[in-house]
Design a protein around this ligand. Structure first.
Ligand code: SF4
Length: 364
């Protein structure tokens, strides 16, 4: 992150300072008004940057304020249970971020001064803080002259220098060479804003761009083709039978293993099936494996689909009335009218709501 200039074709120093001035003036005039923009508390900046990883600003706006009310500082977050943390993150997705943030808070609170480290290198040692997040926090909260290049910034740089398929090392070098030494935090946020509002993916609004006169892709007429889209491996398709075991108006939820997809969240017992499997029989089999005696045959609930980054899951939920089931420390019988107090991923909450509708109560 500390390479001061690009290896090849660095822009002349005079142009770098012109580009910085033009973009920062534009930022000062028209930066987006966001609740974390005026924060000086490094913890608040950290929370916003972690929430913004792979998540749209509009979505984060619905969570940021509530999170800070519940966990106003690192100490409060560190003292919270993992379930409380996951519950507060419920619906924001990529739950590993919440677990990492929680662990980071606990590690920081073990430090003698219990405060967030102030350098990029130290921040990188905390769980969940990659190059981008550490760079953003170090520059915005502590004024360190370091770049923060997310996907938006990568796109801006690729266009500014007409780089067809920028590699991570090129992005790092180029981003570092441009950071304004006087206002590194504002610079990084200005670049993010430019990518999010003007230099947008499909049709960049070059007419209103403050750095258009230096933009090589615009001059070459290649802006819309930069950067070329990486060929992505298609997501794996999977079909899962979900068994909503139901007894006396309550349904059984189980905690998922802490590692892996949706780790630590609560979910209905489920099983991946192949095309030859008979879904109702699989639902009954799940109940049998949990030591439950069926009170009636499994009844289908509305199927639905959910896309994860590398996985496209199709859920086939069944309501499975049972007479009994073995107790287990990682399971809970909950009232679908709730509130359950448990952190459920979005797809599971939909199933809980469908169960509530089916048995005549509304899920909460
Ligand atoms: Fe992006 Fe167009 Fe600005 Fe170039 S001129 S940086 S392509 S918005």
């Amino acid at each position: 992150m500390y390479v001061p200039a690009m290896k090849s074709n660095p822009p002349p120093a005079i142009e770098v300072s012109d580009i910085r001035r033009a973009l920062l003036e534009h930022y000062d005039r028209s930066r987006r008004s966001l609740p974390w923009r005026d924060a000086t508390d490094p913890y608040r900046i950290l929370v916003s940057e972690v929430m913004l990883q792979q998540t749209r600003v509009e979505t984060v706006l619905g969570y940021y304020g509530r999170w800070l009310e519940q966990f106003p500082d690192l100490e409060t977050l560190a003292a919270a249970s993992e379930q409380a943390v996951l519950k507060a993150w419920e619906g924001l997705g990529y739950y590993r971020r919440a677990r990492h943030l929680h662990r980071a808070a606990r590690l920081v609170c073990e430090r003698p001064d219990a405060s967030l480290p102030s350098t990029y290198e130290e921040l990188r040692e905390l769980p969940g803080l990659g190059e981008y997040t550490a760079g953003a926090v170090a520059s915005i909260a502590f004024g360190e002259v370091v770049a923060a290049a997310d996907g938006n910034v990568r796109r801006v740089l690729a266009r500014l220098f007409d780089e067809r398929a920028p590699k991570p090392a090129w992005v790092r070098r180029t981003a570092c060479a441009l950071v304004d030494p006087e206002r590194p935090g504002d610079w990084n946020q200005a670049m993010m804003d430019l990518g999010a509002t003007i230099c947008v993916p499909r049709t960049p609004r070059c007419g209103g761009c403050p750095v258009a006169r230096w933009c090589e892709a615009r001059a070459a007429g290649t802006a819309e083709q930069r950067p070329v889209a990486a060929r992505r491996r298609p997501p794996r398709l999977t079909t899962l039978v979900v068994a909503a075991l139901c007894r006396e108006g309550r349904v059984l939820l189980a905690r998922r293993p802490r590692e892996g997809l949706l780790g630590g969240m609560w979910a209905f017992p489920e099983r991946e099936i192949s095309p030859d499997d008979d879904p109702p029989a699989v639902a009954a089999g799940i109940a049998a494996d949990l030591g439950a005696a069926l009170a009636a045959g499994p009844a289908p609930l509305p199927a639905h689909e959910h896309r994860f980054t590398h996985l496209h899951a199709r859920y086939l939920p069944y309501l499975v009335p049972v007479e009994s089931a073995e107790a287990c420390s990682e399971t809970e019988w909950v009232d679908p009218a709730g509130p359950t107090g448990l952190a459920l991923p979005a797809a599971q909450r939909r199933i809980l709501e469908a169960v509530g509708d089916r048995i005549g109560v509304g899920a909460a």
